[in-house]
Design a protein around this ligand. Structure first.
Ligand SMILES: [Zn+2]
Ligand SMILES: [Zn+2]
Length: 180
């Protein structure tokens, strides 16, 4: 996702440009990352470059930690990053910046893709679940209990109780396996 900021770089500090995104494609080929983003991007001319402020939604594909099904998560990202030009717009001299600083390339293209990838990675849940009440897999036969209740599930354990009971069982088995 690139924005040409040649014009904005010529404007006085404090100038703003806003862009609306609607399912805008995002790609970082080197990281094998593709996504699409919906939201708003504000570009603000600062003394040293362009400050990007954005609220957007991305929809990463994840695997549920309970039932192992793939699902799409709606993830809000709030991006706040200053991009520094590789070269001074007026003199053409190289501009020094920290290694982890986002840069505007020599063609005045500000590429937001890598920032989106990094913000998404930081915002991903550690153990994603497809829905709050996901029943998970039967610890005995592996049946996805969202689709069908299997015979080995105790008849009275349902919903949240089933996954709690399953968890307790798993913990017990792990403990007994763990002890010498
Ligand atoms: Zn699930
Ligand atoms: Zn089962």
């Amino acid at each position: 996702m690139q924005f040409n900021v040649a014009l904005l770089l010529q404007e006085p500090v404090g100038s703003i440009r806003a862009e609306d995104l609607l399912d805008e494609p995002v790609a970082v080929p080197a990281e094998d990352y593709v996504a699409s983003a919906t939201g708003r991007v504000n570009l603000l001319r600062t003394q040293h470059g362009i400050l990007v402020r954005s609220n957007m939604l991305v929809h990463p594909s994840l695997q549920c930690g309970r039932c192992l099904t793939d699902f799409e998560l709606t993830l809000p990202l709030r991006i706040d990053e200053e991009f520094i030009p590789l070269r001074d717009f007026v003199t053409g001299d190289p501009v020094e910046a920290d290694l982890d600083q986002f840069r505007i390339d020599e063609r005045n293209e500000l590429d937001l893709s890598e920032a989106i990838r990094q913000y998404e990675q930081a915002a991903l849940p550690i153990q994603p679940i497809c829905r709050e009440d996901c029943a998970g897999l039967c610890p005995v036969c592996g049946q996805n209990l969202n689709e069908r209740v299997c015979d080995c599930t105790p008849p009275k354990a349902e919903g949240a109780w089933a996954s709690l009971a399953g968890l307790a069982e798993r913990l017990q088995t792990e403990e007994s396996h763990g002890s010498p």
